[in-house]
Design a protein around this ligand. Structure first.
Ligand code: NAP
Length: 266
């Protein structure tokens, strides 16, 4: 069987370097190039920490996907760049698997239309950890019975976007089953701006950023005389890679945009 030819964008990043390792160790996958804005023209094994693969490094996605035959792009960069990469891949018929977070609703709408127009599949998942997907699903189930909910997401202090894509996705999933309601006292006032966090359909989302953390979230439900907390912790970036693999294997067989790993695991 032919190998799945993969390009990784953001190979020096914390997530991207794990993705390179995943592709290199997985039977049936072939790393064909990487996209790194600082090292175009070099070979991957010229970079510190990458001794095993001599694939070319491109600093431009269009040039990369025009010169190299690829089936799948794994993007783990930044929101603005990731959007350009994903759009370019779809236009050139390469299927994106996107872990980059911070895409807007407008971005997602545009990509959904592009997938439909080009009939090329794309999977975007704000969280590739299977446990995090279960945390979101369990939270959606709990919200049917506990409509008062606050989401606390905790990440390392180098994260660029807040709230996390996982927190927003969780709030969206809960909104599908929970009638919009204002939580807390109707006359509550913040004496320090931001004290109650962000507000999504009446649900409050709080973002914690501290060195030492990786990716954590707890969804807290309260009702008369009882509380329920659902929590997930990612202790390292390897925790995301089984989800990335599942997405790579799935994206080859779809021709629409799939947003969220929960839509491909059962
Ligand atoms: P990171 O360590 O900062 O890595 C981002 C990488 O992207 C860096 O190596 C950066 O290079 C590179 N980059 C920036 N602009 C680029 C460009 N134009 N072309 C190619 N590469 C470019 O961040 P991370 O922790 O790996 O996270 C990456 C993304 O994944 C973020 O959006 C994060 O929120 C998301 N994430 C997703 C999941 C998930 O499960 N879906 C889990 C964790 C993180 P420089 O260092 O030179 O700027």
């Amino acid at each position: 069987m032919e190998k799945t030819k993969i390009v990784v964008a953001g190979p020096r990043g914390r997530m991207g370097s794990e993705a390179v390792k995943l592709v290199e160790r997985t039977e049936g996958y072939e790393l064909v190039a990487v996209v790194d804005h600082k090292h175009g023209g070099k070979k991957l094994n010229e970079l510190e920490g990458f001794s095993t693969s001599s694939v070319p490094i491109y600093d431009n996605m269009t040039v990369c996907l025009t010169e190299v035959k690829a089936d799948v792009l794994i993007d783990l960069t930044t929101p603005e760049v990731g959007m350009v990469h994903t759009r370019t891949a779809l236009e050139l018929g390469v299927r994106p698997v996107v872990g980059t977070t911070g895409f807007t609703q407008e971005n997602l709408k545009e990509l959904e239309e592009l997938c439909r127009e080009k009939e090329v599949g794309c999977i975007i998942a704000p969280n590739f950890a299977v446990g995090a997907v279960l945390m979101m699903k369990f939270s959606q189930l709990a919200a049917k019975y506990f409509p008062d909910v606050e989401i606390i997401e905790l990440h390392h202090d180098q994260k660029l976007d807040a709230p996390s894509g996982t927190a927003v996705k969780t709030a969206q999933m809960i909104s599908q089953v929970r009638e919009e309601k204002v939580q807390g006292h109707p006359n509550e006032k913040e004496t320090l701006q931001g004290a109650r966090g962000a507000n999504y359909n009446g649900m409050h989302i709080h973002s914690v950023r501290l060195p030492g953390l990786i990716a954590h979230q707890q969804v807290m439900f309260g009702a008369d005389g009882q509380a329920l907390t659902i929590r997930h912790d990612s202790y390292n970036r390897a925790s995301f890679m089984s989800g990335v693999k599942l997405a790579v294997d799935t994206v080859k067989n779809v021709d629409t945009l799939i947003y969220g790993l929960e839509n491909i695991i059962d």
